[in-house]
Ligand binder design. Structure first.
Ligand code: HEM
Length: 389
């Protein structure tokens, strides 16, 4: 492996060479802004220049795990068409129409919680699964099976982040079964009576290609993007709320807007530690020569807190949402950012108000920050008087 000249270069303030992972770390908001808008620094695949269009599986067959990730619209040749159509289905106004449904779903999941257990497994996971299925327009009868597909996709995505790209025959077979089901469900949704904004967009997008695999892969992508970071973000918010009684009081007495409180928690603890980019052509946009192929990792928490230090979430977020990098910025700004904010606020609000006797074992809570997407290992809770163990 050749060493990058950046390893020994005199780097400007705000840039650091991460020798262990061979990548350029960006820790300054101004430089982060340049990276996210620079045409030479891209998300991984150069749209339009890629010589590898997302290959469709042969008729009657499911995509392999690698093919499935290559079918995600964000790395596909139709990114711009998909992006434009999907953005219409995820505006603040459109997803705002789901708020009452999210609150209702959160209440159902609060009511179903066992008296003790793990908050991520027993409340947050079912709530975010179900609320995401509602946004996609999936009928309730399909939720149990789709939950299994979502779990598998999330697991494989995390494996990918860890660099695992080889899979055993059992995993590959389970994946093929899940994909066949996902495709059948997709076709059923496209042909069915559902009028959810996502389905209206999906029907337009299904016209581009004779196969509906790209739409099935899109639903698979939303099951990952739309669920796991939300479980992580809301677990962190719940851990912080139950470690500081004044935060819970502020929610109960309604002296803080829960969305604003969660925004500050997520500003300080973004579920995705870094936003990655890739230098596609040599450039000096960051004030020094960057060789093509350089991996650039924007450190989200550092950039978020550089200009405005961490604040007490009981006072909400001290900066405007557009200044927070937790959901990205520019062209690839999170498609689900508006929905994520409403869904997380509904989860926290219903839990705090609906279970005033709930306690979280903060000392026993484990949130692993090793992977780029943080991972909740355990968040034990108990409803009632006994100690949490
Ligand atoms: C707390 C929850 C969430 C966090 C922290 C989060 C974070 C992010 C970030 C940082 C990006 C930008 C990545 C980049 O620039 O490379 C992104 C993009 C994206 N997010 Fe989210 N996200 C969340 C929830 C959601 C939800 C609910 C959805 C479902 C619609 C979603 C769908 C997407 C998609 C499809 C993209 C790619 C957009 C594009 O490339 O144009 N995310 N997200």
């Amino acid at each position: 492996m050749t060493t990058s000249p950046l390893a020994t270069a005199d780097l400007p303030t705000g840039l650091r060479w991460d020798a262990d992972r061979s990548r350029l770390k960006v820790r300054d908001p101004r430089l982060a802004e340049i990276v996210l808008r620079d045409p030479h620094i891209i998300t991984g695949v150069d749209h339009g220049k890629s010589d590898r269009p997302g290959a469709l599986p042969p008729p009657g067959q499911a995509p392999t795990i690698t093919q499935f990730f290559e079918l995600w619209y964000t790395v596909g040749e139709h990114y711009h068409v998909f992006n434009t159509e999907l953005r219409r289905a995820f505006t603040a106004r459109t997803v705002g129409g789901f708020e009452a449904t999210f609150l209702d779903q959160a209440e159902r999941c609060v009511t179903a919680m066992p008296p003790r257990g793990d908050l991520a497994r027993d409340y947050l996971s079912p709530y975010f699964m179900n609320s995401t299925f509602l946004v996609i327009g999936v009928p309730e009868a399909e939720w149990p099976r789709l939950t299994k597909v979502a779990r598998l996709v999330i697991h494989l995505f995390k494996q990918q982040l860890l660099g695992v790209t080889e899979y055993g025959p059992r995993e590959a077979a389970a994946f093929a079964t899940s994909m066949r089901y996902l495709k059948q469900l997709t076709d059923q949704l496209l042909a069915g009576p559902g009028e959810e904004p996502f389905l209206l967009a999906a029907r337009q997008l299904a016209r581009i290609d004779p196969s509906t695999w790209p739409i099935a892969a899109l639903i698979g992508q939303l099951l990952m993007a739309g669920i796991e970071p939300m479980i992580v973000g809301s677990s962190i918010a719940c851990r912080d709320i139950w470690s500081a009684p004044h935060l819970r009081d502020a929610i109960l007495r309604e002296t803080v807007d829960v969305t604003d409180l969660a925004e500050e928690v997520l500003r300080q603890n973004p579920p995705f530690g870094n936003i990655f980019r890739f230098v596609s052509e040599p450039c000096d946009c960051l004030g020094l020569p960057l060789p093509a192929g350089t991996i650039v990792a924007i450190d989200v928490a550092t950039v978020n807190l550089q200009r405005t230090a961490a604040a007490d979430p009981a006072h909400g977020c001290p900066v405007r949402p557009s200044e927070v990098l937790t959901f990205g910025r520019g062209t690839h700004y999170c498609l689900g950012a508006h929905s994520a904010r409403i869904q997380i606020a509904a989860a926290v609000r219903q839990l705090v108000h609906g279970r005033p006797e709930l306690r979280i074992d903060v000392a026993g809570t484990r949130i692993d920050t090793h992977n780029n997407l943080k991972e909740v290992r355990s968040i034990p809770y108990r409803i009632g008087d006994e100690d949490v163990d």
